[in-house]
Design a protein around this ligand. Structure first.
Ligand code: NAD
Ligand code: UFG
Length: 329
């Protein structure tokens, strides 16, 4: 299949492009490089020994999309392009609504115009809000604590309405839990600019000596050791989940969680990092971070039963690969 990957130069998009190419699909990427680097395209090609067609452009630009859909017969799209920093979304709400909603609508419209059959959307476990884990796809969408999360919930609702009218399109909403880790080649990974907001990129910066210590946001949650529990998933497992979703897409709209089904606390993550990489991570317990919940992990039975996909890599693999990527930056 010819797959258009929006945001394909980014963290998850680059890993998914590798898995698509490895599974015999052709990949066309559109990315405005607002949060990624052009050289990643060459790295995807280096890993797979296959060529990609790359367009530097914005998914909110309908003319740029029309040019691509006219130049290629697109069988399916995977829509990763979006802004994702929770804190920034509170500071710049209009930027987030503009970028994340207009891109989804422009892409859906292009799919209808050019009769593309398959649409896969990057959603987030954040749409579940503060409900009791494991999170199941049938749970209601609760209001999220920030504009970023709202763009995901709104995009889901927009696509739910599109499918009611346009039955020839197949849509999959993939709700990611906490993607971490890097490609085993060490060529692809997550390299956020500035001080990382997320746990694993922060830990690897501490390991490298670029940050002095980790601040653990609260140890008084109702969890195994009082620190926050999340469902960390290796980005390569996550990428493979997209290929499974695309290849087995049925008509209509389906929602799948992409997680491991297992929760790990912040302190367990620190211990696992130290054990697998042999580097100690100094840390200090501080106040809870506003908007955080105690526990979030997935019920993964639906995707296993229906698509035969499940995560295979462990927290130790995630932390080893994340460190291998960080140390060569
Ligand atoms: P990323 O920032 O690494 O990748 C996103 C890519 O999209 C970047 O290369 C960026 O340059 C590009 N982009 C942004 N807006 C664009 C636009 N309007 N037009 C063209 N390109 C644009 O982020 P990621 O971690 O790879 O996330 C991919 C998707 O998955 C996002 O939609 C994100 O919200 C979602 N998601 C990520 C996580 C996570 O923890 N990483 C969790 C849940 C959901
Ligand atoms: N944490 C710390 N110190 C840090 C960073 C994080 O203690 O420096 C803790 C958090 O309090 C939380 C856990 O580590 O308990 C994980 O935090 P992350 O920021 O790595 O991830 P979140 O679960 O908060 O959020 C992530 C994405 C969101 C997405 C959400 C659900 O960043 O975009 O998962 O998918 F919405």
């Amino acid at each position: 299949m010819n797959i258009l990957v929006t945001g394909g130069v980014g963290y998850i998009g680059s890993h998914t492009s590798v898995e698509l190419l490895n599974n015999g699909h052709d990949v066309i990427i559109i990315d405005n490089l607002s949060n990624s680097k052009r050289e990643t395209v060459g790295k995807i090609e280096q890993i797979t020994q296959k060529k990609i067609t790359f367009y530097q452009g914005d998914v909110t630009d309908k003319q740029a999309l029309a040019k691509i859909f006219q130049a290629h017969h697109i069988d399916g799209v995977i829509h990763f392009a979006g802004l994702k920093a929770v804190g920034e979304s509170v500071d710049k709400p209009l930027l987030y609504y503009q970028n994340n909603l207009i891109s989804t609508m422009a892409l859906a419209e292009a799919c209808l115009t050019y009769e593309v059959k398959q649409f896969v959307f990057s959603s987030s476990a954040t749409v579940y809000g503060d409900q009791t884990s494991p999170m199941h796809e049938t749970m209601p969408l609760l209001s999220t604590t920030n504009p970023y999360g709202e763009t995901k919930a709104m995009s889901e609702r927009i696509l739910q309405d599109v499918i009611k009218k346009h039955r020839k399109l197949s849509i999959v909403l993939l709700r990611y839990f906490n993607p971490v880790g890097a490609h085993s080649s060490g060529l692809l990974g997550e390299d956020p600019s500035g001080i990382p907001n997320n746990l694993v990129p922060y830990i690897t910066k501490v390991a490298k000596g670029e940050l002095e210590k980790l601040f653990v946001y609260g140890n008084d949650y109702d969890t195994v050791d009082g620190t926050g529990v999340r469902d960390y998933i290796h980005v390569v497992d996550l990428a493979k989940g997209h290929v499974a979703a695309l290849e087995k897409l049925k008509s209509g709209l389906e929602i799948y969680n992409l997680g491991t089904g297992k929760g790990t606390s912040v302190l367990e993550m620190i211990e696992a990092f130290e054990a697998v990489n042999g580097i100690s991570i100094p840390y200090q317990i501080t106040e809870r971070r506003p908007g955080d919940i105690a526990t979030c992990y997935a019920d993964v039975s639906k995707i296993k039963d229906q698509l035969g996909w499940s995560a295979t890599l462990k927290v130790e693999d995630m932390l080893r690969d994340a460190w291998q990527f960080e140390r060569q930056l």
